[in-house]
Write a protein that binds this ligand. Sequence first.
Ligand SMILES: Nc1ncnc2c1ncn2[C@@H]1O[C@H](COP(=O)(O)OP(=O)(O)OP(=O)(O)O)[C@@H](O)[C@H]1O
Length: 262
Amino acid sequence: METLLELQNVTHVYVGDQGASMAVENLSMAIGRGEFVSLVGPSGCGKTTVLSLLAGLLTPTKGVVLAGGERVVRPSSKIGYMLQQDYLFPWRTILENAAIGLMIGGGRNAAALESVRTLLAELGLAGTETKMPYELSGGMRQRVALARTLATEPDVLLLDEPFSALDMHIKLQLEDLVHETLAARGKTAVLVTHDLAEAAAMSDRVIVLAPNPGRIHAVFDIPEAVRSLPPTQARKLPEFQRVFDALWEALERGEQAGGEGS
Ligand SMILES: Nc1ncnc2c1ncn2[C@@H]1O[C@H](COP(=O)(O)OP(=O)(O)OP(=O)(O)O)[C@@H](O)[C@H]1O
């Protein structure tokens, strides 16, 4: 599989009023084109830092971050970011919100808007185009955020806990929708989540980080039987339970290792 994203011996130190704090140390990982990788680990182990490095929002203190073989030095339209909060503009319609990235990129023409309408329909949002964000439920708003992220046709989606603020059944529906939508488009995705079941059900590979400072503790390749099904179906398999148990154990051991090292 062709490598699309790469961290090579990356260390990141935040420097602030409180002094310097090493968020991740000597971290290396390679993510293939079309791969769905989740990052899990205890609070503070550097998951969001890794996403920010991949997004070009942070520059590593040491080491190199590559996308498509080129050094990531600033944010790019090729890498989309989706967060826990949808950050829709309250005074703009759903269509305008979904098309905002295209408009900023100078693509506000009839064809571009039509492609966003099609995308909204694909995500189950037909008929909402002229509504305002306050008229939509949390799950629908998050689907608009997904449409906005996909509209600029990024190669990579960085997903920072995008489902964590949603009710359980909406969260499960969205996991299926995101899984299907990204797989159909061959997108590469990196998901940060605290939810081990979500990571196990959605990913091709799960990377467990340990804290103090953030580093890789364990890596799990998800079995084909689990990967080939929509997440809600995959959750019913015995293989899924085995992966979940192994992740849980690795996380607990990683936390202990982090505590000892700190
Ligand atoms: N802007 C910042 N300035 C200083 N330290 C920071 C900053 N952002 C993060 N850190 C520190 O870097 C470490 C890693 O933080 P990061 O947010 O990447 O972890 P995380 O695994 O995403 O945590 P969580 O699961 O709680 O969101 C933590 O010790 C955190 O306190």
